[in-house]
Ligand binder design. Structure first.
Ligand SMILES: Nc1ncnc2c1ncn2[C@@H]1O[C@H](COP(=O)(O)OP(=O)(O)OP(=O)(O)O)[C@@H](O)[C@H]1O
Length: 333
């Protein structure tokens, strides 16, 4: 059973189709990044999962429990960290967590212990007596995370937790997310900072205009294979750079993509490194003086733009690959 499962989900606001037939599953114990432009439908999808909104059509389940039919049960399983949350004036960090722990039904010693654990984890102990509305953005996010973790949820849903954080605070947050992932929690996190998501996520889910346009792991996206239908190589020659494009015209499984100063980018129509080695050997045999031949690592922003470009060009989005199986996941630090 998946930790999160969304099936053919729609959410309309009047005529506006905010979520438009979204389907995906996220396995237990994995970290999934949710990526999309402003207004793509991320918050709406997350709010439905967090039982704060209703779908127009379709289903959403957390650990097999339907969010519409059993919202109270779902709330016990999830920790929700919204992109903005209100702090109360004249309430210290400790009082704030105590208030929510009471609301969650914790009593006496157990409550104090749970608050202490959360404050230790989020490094809020030195801020215990600070007014919660006088915290920096990074401290506020740690308080929000602490609040979301009070009932030790299995699944954490975080909407743009890194927005507005300075680099140090982002690194601290990333560290906390890694620790939680190592503990086996399922984490669904939206962000505009793709490079950071790539480092900590087992899979990335791209949404555009309310539709899922890609679901895959970051490494495959960087290498471009499942997006581009082949593998990209950067090739440089000693001599005429356009010798590569001339050569590619005569090949069946090699496509010339763009010229560069000393050569060009090509796509080899295979995942198999041995076949790429064959292509290189043929180039050399045919007289190209190769000075560089390496598999291209694209950044995730490029991959996202590629996917959107394919959609704009009327090409179908690539079918999602099988979901990653998370067994004995390793820390990616
Ligand atoms: N309560 C609402 N009433 C009307 N329209 C809404 C409502 N909530 C969201 N929308 C619209 O639905 C679309 C999707 O919004 P959503 O907040 O889900 O996007 P998002 O991907 O989270 O964007 P951002 O990255 O800017 O937070 C947007 O066009 C937004 O204006």
């Amino acid at each position: 059973m998946s930790a999160l499962k969304i099936n053919n989900l729609y959410r309309y606001f009047g005529n506006l189709q905010a979520v438009n037939g979204v389907t995906f599953e996220i396995p237990h114990g994995s970290v999934c990044g949710f990526v999309g432009a402003n207004g793509a439908g991320k918050t709406t999808t997350m709010r439905i999962l967090a039982t704060l909104d209703y779908p127009t059509l379709g289903t959403a389940e957390v650990c097999g429990i339907n969010v519409v039919h059993h919202p109270s049960e779902v709330r016990r399983l999830i920790g929700w960290m919204p992109d903005h949350f209100g702090n109360y004036e004249h309430m210290t960090v400790l009082e704030y967590l105590d208030f929510y722990a009471r609301a969650l039904g914790y009593k006496g010693k157990e409550r104090r212990q749970r608050i202490q654990e959360v404050m230790d984890f989020t490094d809020l102990v030195p801020l215990a007596d600070r007014f919660s509305n006088k915290l920096s953005k990074g401290m506020t996010q740690r308080l929000g995370l602490g609040r979301a973790l009070l009932h030790d949820p299995q699944v954490l849903i975080m909407d743009e937790p890194a927005a507005g954080l300075d680099p140090k605070a982002r690194i601290e947050l990333k560290h906390l997310i890694r620790v939680l992932a190592k503990e086996g929690k399922t984490i669904f996190i939206s962000s505009h900072i793709l490079s950071e998501l790539g480092e900590m996520c087992d899979s990335l889910l791209f949404i555009n205009n309310g539709r899922i346009v890609h679901h895959g792991d970051a490494e495959t996206l960087r290498q471009g294979s499942d997006v581009m239908g082949g593998v990209l190589y950067d090739v440089q020659v000693d001599g005429r750079p356009d010798a590569i494009s001339d050569w590619c015209v005569l090949q069946q499984n090699v496509e010339f993509l763009e010229a560069r100063k000393l050569g060009g980018r090509i796509r080899i129509d295979t995942e198999d490194p041995a076949k790429a080695a064959d292509v290189l050997a043929r180039m050399v045999k045919d007289g190209l003086r190769i000075t560089e031949f390496h598999r291209e690592q694209r950044n995730l922003e490029d991959a996202f733009i590629d996917i959107l470009g394919r959609l704009d060009a009327g090409q179908p989005a690539v079918a999602p690959p099988p979901l990653p199986v998370v067994e004995g996941r390793e820390d990616k630090a």
